[in-house]
Ligand binder design. Sequence first.
Ligand SMILES: Nc1ncnc2c1ncn2[C@@H]1O[C@H](COP(=O)(O)OP(=O)(O)O)[C@@H](O)[C@H]1O
Ligand SMILES: Nc1ccn([C@H]2C[C@H](O)[C@@H](COP(=O)(O)OP(=O)(O)O)O2)c(=O)n1
Length: 322
Amino acid sequence: MLSRACGVLRRAAAPASQLLPRRAFTVAIDGPAASGKSSTARAVAHELGFGYIDSGSIYRCAALLALRAGAVPGSGERSDVAGLVGRASIDIRTRLSPDHPAPGGTDTGRVVVPDVQVLLDGEDVSQAIRTPEINRLVAAIASDSAVRDTVLRIQQALAGAAETKSGAAPGGGSAPGGVVMDGRDIGTTVFPGAELKIYLDASAMARAIRRWDEMNRQMKDAKAKAPAASPEAGGAGGQDGPRAEGAAGQAPAEYPSVESIARELEERDYADINRKHSPLRIASDAVVIDNTSMTFERQVHAIVDLARERMGLPRKYDDDDL
Ligand SMILES: Nc1ncnc2c1ncn2[C@@H]1O[C@H](COP(=O)(O)OP(=O)(O)O)[C@@H](O)[C@H]1O
Ligand SMILES: Nc1ccn([C@H]2C[C@H](O)[C@@H](COP(=O)(O)OP(=O)(O)O)O2)c(=O)n1
């Protein structure tokens, strides 16, 4: 059941240029770290039957490549991270579990958040790009203009492929497809003509608590899955521990406090907002959703309905007073 929410939603009219017919529909979701972009974008894409691209994971792959090459900023190593990313093959795949309904939405309003797998040169790096080390490094890597230019090309290529796939009609032919992409500059730089732009926000403390909860849950899951302690099992457990500190095979370092997570998020936000090249900004035509006190379901339903309206389809979740 949906609870009444008291989040803030500001509407902006779609500019005339965005109402021109286009084959595919683009939803851009931007916002600060842990504001709910990726989980919301995955659920919205699933409901609309669109492709999904997590652009942050491309920057995270860039950070992982830099780390592995010893080319981190300040290391003295002359780094060509843009070259490393440009030569790499990056793929982002959405995975449904057997109990998930097929993409395209259901009548129940059930929100489905598919898993996402990130492949870097064929290697599944979904966990490796979410360690505290990468969290600390990624904003600096993302501030490099050459890296951003290279990632822009990757984003556009992945979006083109996802749109085509989502628009493939059963039995051949094509239907208007679409893509949902989340990040920091999707509505301002990557797809300035996106048909729907959302800026998701929440208070720093709400975001830190959510990320802490998430880490706690993942740590518990990893522990539950890990076989009884043995020297061999220790390695697998350590690697499985999502966002666990330390090299593979070592026990995760001390669990971070909410305060330390809040500090890390604020430092990253500061770097993302203040960098020279395509900083985190609210696009002038974005719909701003502050979800500090909003349920996850409501924010997904609100965005799905905004997208449906702009596609000329009837709203689906009129039970909300948005
Ligand atoms: N409105 C909400 N209320 C509570 N938790 C939320 C809400 N929106 C997202 N979350 C949770 O917050 C956490 C961070 O979301 P995520 O999608 O990873 O953020 P981002 O991609 O912006 O870093 C996830 O555990 C997600 O389920
Ligand atoms: N479009 C984007 C996406 C991410 N970035 C950068 C800035 C972020 O600090 C990092 C990681 O992004 P990501 O969305 O994975 O981060 P969070 O999940 O919000 O913690 O990448 C960017 O500069 N532009």
